[in-house]
Write a new protein. Structure first.
Length: 136
């Protein structure tokens, strides 16, 4: 059974680990859009891929402290499915917010990042739950 302290530590680790991916995401989003003239939705897709690559390993092994390797293939598939669904939802909602609510794409993305982060924490906890039922 997890204590409130260990759950808080997990949330903190999730945020710290996620920060690396988020930074890579925003650098790609802003850099590609502003300096290379890439459409902001395409930049968001590229940033999301970078974010996913950085986060899988950090979230599995550090945040959720799941050292089990025999399920890594299944976990990777589930994690990619999760992030792919977030990618599609992010692109759709980013477009809708920017084009229909006339919000700056960075502001819109910040809102979406908060929503996606909360959902990601909940779902990742289920994906990386160790077979022994607790955090290892």
């Amino acid at each position: 059974m997890r204590t409130k302290t260990s759950r808080l530590g997990q949330v903190v680790r999730f945020c710290v680990a996620g920060a690396a991916g988020v930074i890579a995401y925003y650098v790609a989003l802003y850099g590609l859009t502003e300096y290379l003239g890439v459409w902001y939705v395409a930049s968001a897709v590229i940033g999301f891929i970078l974010n996913t690559g950085l986060n899988f390993t950090l979230q599995k092994f550090w945040t959720f402290q799941n050292k089990e390797t025999h399920m890594v293939g299944r976990q990777l598939v589930l994690y990619i499915a999760m992030t792919a669904s977030f990618l599609i939802g992010n692109a759709v909602f980013l477009y809708l917010i920017v084009e229909h609510l006339h919000m700056w794409y960075i502001g819109a993305q910040m809102i979406l990042t908060v929503v996606i982060s909360i959902l990601s924490f909940i779902i990742s906890g289920k994906i990386f739950k160790s077979e022994s039922g607790g955090v290892k």
